[in-house]
Write a protein that binds this ligand. Structure first.
Ligand code: PBG
Length: 329
């Protein structure tokens, strides 16, 4: 044989579609997807979120129809976000018995039983006048009173029938405070998926339009993880595990694939990744210009998050991806 011919030919494995299917290593399934749902108190009809094409805020009356659609696509879980009619200093609408999220949970549970996993965001920024994720005292965000309020929110959601609470406030000790409160009140079966390594990110901007939760002063740098500190991010994850978390999360996803991989390698808990609003906006924006193929890029990104090690992905593409997977088995 002439020396110029390659002896190892990986192209044999890429010969045709069936062969490629046979050797496919990573599989993305509709079972990996968590679909965010925004419900707004006092809303008359569905409202398109300006900065997030195809994402809507829903009135309670539209909720059942939306969940039905999600369930039909074999998506196993939703993540509820609420937008209240009134905000106040203590974010009391977040734990009101008849709060928007509590009513949404009750309604979904009533209509769907255990046919969909109900997850709900546990945070204060949509509910406080400050727009911060904790209670403001003077000019700082008070950690220790905030975690009690977060526990109160979790308890109220548990009473409404939530399956998994998902604290996203990045207050120290939030998982422990929530776990203790849930257990003390008999909600031992309610799980916690913490936004464990939630970074201070500029990728959240479109979400703040969707959920009306931009901070009115300052920023979130005193509580969210700096994107320069991967070891600190892993400490956050370790602490949450020590505090009794059920599922950890890395957030955002696409610019943090290294942390998803490292989390998967180091710890034996399920790993979720939150592909955030800015990641969605980048794809939508470029596709709108005709610069990329939206479906192909969406698919590649979600596969890369799975490949990095995510067991599940919260994504605004959940419905689009599920539709694509169902149409292309
Ligand atoms: C608020 C919260 C944010 C997101 C989820 N929960 C915004 C923030 O921290 O400013 C961002 C999600 C997204 O961008 O899709 N606790």
């Amino acid at each position: 044989m002439t020396a110029s011919f390659p002896e190892r030919r990986l192209r044999r494995l890429r010969k045709n579609e069936k062969m490629r299917n046979l050797v496919q290593e990573i599989l993305l399934s509709t079972n990996d997807l968590i679909c965010p749902v925004f419900v707004q108190e006092g809303l008359k009809s569905k409202t398109q979120v300006q900065s997030m094409e195809a994402i809507e805020r829903l009135p309670l009356s539209e909720l059942t129809r939306e969940i039905e659609e999600i369930k039909k696509m074999n998506i196993p879980a939703i993540m509820l976000f609420g937008i209240p009619e009134k905000k106040d200093d203590l974010g009391t609408a977040a734990f009101a018995e008849n709060g928007i999220v509590q009513r949404a949970i009750t309604e979904i549970r009533k209509s769907f039983g255990d046919k969909i996993v109900i997850m709900a965001d546990v945070c204060l920024c949509q509910y406080t006048t400050s727009g911060h994720c904790g209670i403001v005292r003077g000019s700082h965000i008070d950690n220790d009173s905030s975690i009690q309020t977060l526990a109160e929110i979790a308890q109220s959601q548990a009473a409404a029938g939530v399956d998994v609470v998902s604290p996203s406030a990045m207050m120290d000790g939030q998982v422990k405070a929530i776990r203790e409160r849930l257990d003390k009140n008999g909600f031992t079966d309610v799980g916690i998926m913490s936004h464990s390594a939630k970074h201070r990110s500029s990728f959240y901007t479109p979400f703040r339009d969707a959920a009306d939760c931009a901070p009115h002063f300052g920023d979130r740098k005193t509580y969210q993880v700096p994107f320069t500190n991967p070891r600190e991010a892993l400490r956050e994850i370790e602490l949450d595990i020590n505090e009794g978390v059920d599922i950890v999360m890395v957030k955002p996803a696409l610019a943090y694939l290294d942390l998803i991989a490292e989390t998967k390698r180091r710890f034996n808990v399920p790993v979720s990744a939150y592909s955030v609003s800015g990641e969605y906006a980048l794809v939508k924006g470029a596709a709108k210009q005709g610069w990329i193929n939206e479906t192909d890029v969406m698919t590649e990104i979600l596969y890369s998050i799975k490949r990095a090690g995510a067991d599940m992905i919260v994504t605004y593409f959940a419905k689009a991806m599920a539709r694509h997977l169902l149409d292309n088995p």
